[in-house]
Design a protein around this ligand. Structure first.
Ligand code: FPP
Length: 239
């Protein structure tokens, strides 16, 4: 497919879910209250993405840097993740959604890793959409682990290393096999990438909105898709 005839629905939508803490503070509540409502937005956006025909929806749920948050908040976020996994199996299966987790999983608890593996195995055959949850992920972590793997692979093979290309490097990233995002949404008014997908966002369209994540529901998701449809993607070329 050439870029001219490209369908106007993004194949891969990625979201930096931001603003849970501020949403809670506006209501005089603890940050955790915002995260809980944020889970509802995850459900709403997953549904909206499936309905729109998006093939990959990916969510930045927890960064490597987030480990530095207060222990109670980290624990709650992990528990929310566990609960969501346990609760959503049926819905994912009914909607044809495959579930994938990407990140530095060595840092996750055994219990969470088991729950993740279970859900990944159970939904492995689903083909309507892939829901990617980035957990304990950071862009620099991914680039570094891929670079090390490339070096190991070509140890004692300088010609092979010299011949290595972008496609080979792609295959070593934690996101291997997943197309680069066409659209990256960040909520809550912040306009930065915060060590999320670095290599993979080379030609991604960015969409920033002031809406806080717990308020980002179906209508807001559809508005982002509409804006994407109006963008003119040239990939460094001229039309
Ligand atoms: C950003 O808000 C949000 C997070 C760091 C966590 C997002 C996680 C969830 C919504 C939990 C569930 C996820 C899944 C996939 C089931 P913030 O805390 O940075 O807000 P602030 O910037 O206003 O402080």
């Amino acid at each position: 497919m050439t870029h001219m005839e490209e369908k106007r629905i993004p194949q891969h939508v990625s979201i930096i879910m931001d603003g849970n803490g501020r949403w809670a503070r506006e209501r005089g509540r603890e940050r955790v209250y915002g995260h809980k409502h944020g889970v509802e937005s995850v459900r709403a956006c997953t549904e909206a993405a499936v309905e729109a025909g998006v093939k990959y929806l990916s969510l930045f749920a927890f960064s490597e840097e987030n480990w530095g948050r207060p222990e109670a908040e980290v624990t709650t976020l992990m528990e929310l993740m566990m609960d969501a996994i346990a609760r959503e199996v049926r819905t994912l299966m009914d909607n044809g959604v495959r579930f994938v987790v990407i990140g530095n999983r060595k840092r996750l608890s055994d219990k969470l890793n088991q729950a993740i593996d279970g859900l990944m195995e159970e939904t492995a055959g689903q083909q309507r959409m892939t829901l990617v949850v980035f957990l304990s992920y950071s862009g620099k972590w991914d680039l570094l682990q891929a670079a090390k793997e490339l070096a190991r692979r070509h140890a004692g093979d300088p010609e092979g290393l010299e011949a290595a290309d972008a496609a080979e490097f792609d295959s070593l990233l934690a996101t291997a096999g997943i197309p680069d995002p066409d659209l990256l949404i960040r909520t809550s008014g912040e306009q930065r990438i915060s060590n999320f997908l670095l290599w993979q966002c080379a030609y991604t369209e960015f969409y920033f909105t002031d809406i806080l994540w717990p308020d980002f529901r179906k209508e807001a998701f559809r508005a982002a898709l509409e804006e994407f449809a109006r963008r003119d993607r040239r990939y460094g070329k001229v039309k």
